[in-house]
Write a protein that binds this ligand. Structure first.
Ligand SMILES: Cc1cc2nc3c(=O)[nH]c(=O)nc-3n(C[C@H](O)[C@H](O)[C@H](O)COP(=O)(O)OP(=O)(O)OC[C@H]3O[C@@H](n4cnc5c(N)ncnc54)[C@H](O)[C@@H]3O)c2cc1C
Length: 403
């Protein structure tokens, strides 16, 4: 295996092969120090001790199950528990949003509502990295250039955006959604809400100059720049969980049509179908930076190249704004459902709901076993899900790992 440091590269993660190489590199070189070092942002992915896999995990170019399975081949559960817990934070956020889709609706509504704020010079400075806070400006440029930020830096960034620059959290979340390669409606919206004090009642997250100094190893010390006086809590809104019915998918089910979209590009466990419809290009109605669209386009292409063509009667490329390619393959009475990996609450789900409503398509969504087993525990706090991690992973793998 190549031990070259450039093995960790965000822009390369569009293919399963590159993502699994990066995972192997992480396992070999960094995983053992993850728990101790993961909160340090030492200035680059090469220097840091995180995996940098989020762009691939977000689009399921590589699945959570695969990542955990691989890491447990090299380590005991207890020695990589922290890493597995972080993977499960993503699962928790996703499940939590499934129970409360109204949070996503409200976020979209609020982004529109705050459109007028975008005309202010404060907003212009905040999104171009021209504020008076040096570290913030550097992170802003880093986000725009690299389409990635370290987790701790995202927390500092969001805190400064909300409490120092006094801008609405929704516009900060939108700015992240536009620029991150790993942009995820659940992890992003809910993390911003958490910093803003809207996830756990009476709990806000404040970045401090001392904390930034410690975890950047003295690179930044914004003393006097990120201080807060008395900060008001934002208006609290309770969201009651809806009922979720996550069906188990039996791979004996006969599928005629299967549709693959940008939110689930895993070739692992792809059910068999007669016809395979593959999204051709990133959905252009979603507002995002051109590098992010390019990344998604490459990921879609890579998925298409990796598919075993011999398994299908026909493989058809389509775009969400032009479904004619698909239509001609559907039964004339259109009674047959189109199966598809569940895109989860967010833009792609909205686009598919729109197609069902306006084009008369009928989708049958398939949940991964990972989500099906974890999401029932994501109804309230993370702690409940955390307690289930070991049991569920044992069930999923059915191998005797060194637990
Ligand atoms: C304000 C804010 C916005 C965020 N927006 C996103 C987003 O849009 N998409 C996204 O995937 N993550 C988001 N995160 C979570 C986290 O910052 C990233 O997942 C993480 O930095 C990705 O880097 P990594 O792959 O090196 O993580 P590692 O530390 O190597 O972790 C491995 C994997 O676990 C998951 N993970 C790790 N930390 C978290 C976390 N705190 N919350 C959820 N999942 C986690 C990711 O899938 C990650 O790839 C956000 C966090 C904050 C504070």
């Amino acid at each position: 295996m190549n031990n070259n440091k450039s093995m960790q590269n965000i822009t390369n993660l569009f293919s399963f092969e590159n993502a699994s190489n990066q995972l192997e590199y992480f396992i070999k070189n960094k995983a053992s120090q993850y728990a101790k070092m993961r909160n340090f942002d030492l200035g680059s992915l090469e220097k840091n001790f995180v995996s940098g896999l989020s762009p691939a995990i977000t689009r399921r170019i590589i699945s959570e199950d695969y990542v955990v399975h691989k890491i447990l081949k090299s380590f005991s559960f207890s020695s990589v528990e922290k890493y597995i817990q972080e993977i499960c934070w993503r699962t928790y956020w996703k499940g939590y949003l499934e129970y409360r889709p109204q949070i996503w609706e409200d976020y979209l509504y609020d982004v529109e509502k705050f459109e007028f704020k975008k005309k202010s010079s404060d907003y212009a400075k905040a999104i171009s990295g021209e504020t008076t806070i040096d570290c913030y400006n550097d992170w802003c440029h880093e986000l725009i250039q690299n389409n990635y930020l370290h987790n701790h830096t995202r927390m500092w960034f969001a805190s400064i955006w909300i409490y120092t620059l006094n801008l609405p959290w929704q516009l900060g979340a939108e700015f992240f959604m536009n620029h991150l390669h790993d942009a995820d409606p659940a992890s992003n919206t809910l993390s911003w809400r958490w910093v803003a004090g809207l996830h756990t009642r009476n709990k806000q997250y404040f970045a401090s100059a001392e904390n930034i100094k410690k975890f950047t190893e003295n690179k930044y010390y914004p003393k006097g720049q990120v201080e807060y006086n008395s900060v008001q809590f934002l208006k609290w809104k309770s969201y009651n969980p809806i009922d979720l019915n996550i069906k188990k998918f039996h791979d004996t089910e006969k599928i005629k049509y299967l549709l693959v979209h940008e939110n689930n590009l895993s070739n692992e466990n792809l059910p068999h179908s007669d016809f395979l419809f593959i999204q051709k290009e990133s959905i252009k109605t979603i507002k995002r930076a051109s590098q992010v669209n390019d990344f998604i386009d490459k990921a879609l292409k890579s998925f298409e190249q990796d598919v075993n063509k011999a398994n299908y009667k026909e493989i058809v490329l389509f775009n969400f704004n032009d479904l004619d390619n698909i239509k001609k393959y559907l039964d004339s009475n259109e009674t047959e459902s189109i199966y598809s990996p569940y895109p989860s609450v967010g833009y792609v789900n909205d686009a598919m709901k729109d197609i069902e409503k306006n084009k008369g398509f009928k989708f049958e969504f398939i949940n991964s076993e990972w989500d099906r087993l974890f999401w029932p525990h994501a109804k309230n706090g993370f702690f409940k899900l955390k307690k289930q991690i070991k049991t569920i992973i044992k069930d999923l793998n059915q191998h005797s790992f060194n637990f």
